[in-house]
Design a protein around this ligand. Sequence first.
Ligand SMILES: *[C@@H]1O[C@H](CO)[C@@H](O)[C@H](O)[C@H]1NC(C)=O
Ligand SMILES: *[C@@H]1O[C@H](CO)[C@@H](O)[C@H](O)[C@H]1NC(C)=O
Ligand SMILES: *[C@@H]1O[C@H](CO)[C@@H](O)[C@H](O)[C@H]1NC(C)=O
Length: 354
Amino acid sequence: MGAAARLSAPRALVLWAALGAAARIGPAPDPDDWWSYKDNLQGNFVPGPPFWGLVNAAWSLCAVGKRQSPVDVELKRVLYDPFLPPLRLSTGGEKLRGTLYNTGRHVSFLPAPRPVVNVSGGPLLYSHRLSELRLLFGARDGAGSEHQINHEGFSAEVQLIHFNQELYGNLSAAARGPNGVAILSLFVNVRRGRAAGWRGEGGPGARLTRGAPTQVAGSSNPFLSRLLNRDTITRISYKNDAYFLQDLSLELLFPESFGFITYQGSLSTPPCSETVTWILIDRALNITSLQMHSLRLLSQNPPSQIFQSLSGNGRPLQPLAHRALRGNRDPRHPERRCRGPNYRLHVDGAPLGR
Ligand SMILES: *[C@@H]1O[C@H](CO)[C@@H](O)[C@H](O)[C@H]1NC(C)=O
Ligand SMILES: *[C@@H]1O[C@H](CO)[C@@H](O)[C@H](O)[C@H]1NC(C)=O
Ligand SMILES: *[C@@H]1O[C@H](CO)[C@@H](O)[C@H](O)[C@H]1NC(C)=O
């Protein structure tokens, strides 16, 4: 009974009881954490996406919201906005450090409190502070991203989740307020055959990527290679595993030149708050099939429980309705689309001034 009383939403109780929890009294679900991407985990019911908005009153937007994410972006619907400034990243000239973490739902990189990393520019009128880098991926290539472009998915999506640091003190407060959150998404393709960077530090590929200011076309993204090299990714094989990383250059995550598409949406996890400015980078990154494979070997569960791959950790597409999609590239001049300072990430405080 104590277990049941902890559920704040009465509907959660009803559903929980109705769906068999009564037959198998397990550990009490934490109502704020009682959701999953797949309806069934471990034989206990854990609500998947269609149920998120029904099991917790605080998550009702997941069911009734009309500005939800992710969405399918039809490029012919993107409105060109010549007044969008370039994206700006500020790290105070310092390297990034933080914890790589298997949350049981995502591969998550949580930056240390210092240095503060913030992004501005593009559609953002405020400076937003990086709170989490999240990696979503699929069980097969070409599926795994949450957003799609022209009805096609990508093998993975990297989401940089930021909160408005000028108006709010933390992400949970920002998610509830206007202009609270900015999420930058980068899509990832798997390229077969090129293993450069796979072994990361210490490996023969390391010298190729380290020190190179930009990535070599076709080879693996140098930032993702730091996270996905075998020595690192195998430290977070199971839920709650964490591994400290330092000396990272976030700017190496971005392609040398790119455009972006922006729209107003929501968090793609409960509570689905409709306070997110999404910025989708329109040039996909590459990783190798070995790196992708190492992601699929991560488990949603602790080692004592059955192996279930983390893959497939995305919310299904939500209707765009008549929301605007704005882009910074001019469809009438495709040859200009990736040239000039508007199509580069501006890095404040970086010695190379990339
Ligand atoms: C971004 O963060 C840096 C600290 O890294 C800070 O000095 C700077 O003022 C911030 N930028 C904005 C626009 O708030
Ligand atoms: C976030 O900020 C709000 C209001 O500023 C505060 O009440 C809350 O305790 C903070 N939450 C965390 C996790 O720090
Ligand atoms: C990814 O690989 C393709 C094919 O090799 C290449 O054209 C593209 O430029 C690469 N992307 C990046 C961001 O390097």
